[in-house]
Design a protein around this ligand. Sequence first.
Ligand code: ZN
Length: 189
Amino acid sequence: MILPVYLYNHPILRQRAEAIKETDDELTSFVSNMFETMYNANGIGLAANQVGSRRAVIVVDIGQLEENGTTQPLCLLNPQIIVSSDQLVEYEEGCLSVPGIREIVFRPDKVTVEYDDLALSHHRIEAEGMLARVLQHEIDHLNGIYFFDRISPMRRTLLKNRLKRIERGSVSCDYPCIAAGSTPIIPAR
Ligand code: ZN
């Protein structure tokens, strides 16, 4: 099932996610809905609060950006960054909750992330490049942080009017979404 994506400045996008201590069939089907929602919107990552849930879960699939598509889709419960490289790299990021806005963001090139899978087994991955980028962006969401919180205050000021338009729901979006304080925008297909 495709879920509507909550847009800036819906309050849930500023809330911290709650740790998942048990899993069940409902969570498994929620995760599969998250994947479906992400693919439908041509996204490469999605955090649960972007679809209205405060559970600490993200999904990531960067396969479409790779020539050989070797990185498998990932579902991470309770993800935590435990090590970040000192080396920062820049990349232009966008976000399904902030349609139409892209900004260069500096982030560590490599991160080590610990997480649980859907059976609550604990894992650790070392990620670099695009995977490290997407994991950091999505884990930020679980902490109530947007990518534009990590750009300079001057650049952020320049986004103000466009952000206001997203907040009001005067934005075009080709996937189902919910603007802050309004009814869902369901695109005609
Ligand atoms: Zn995002």
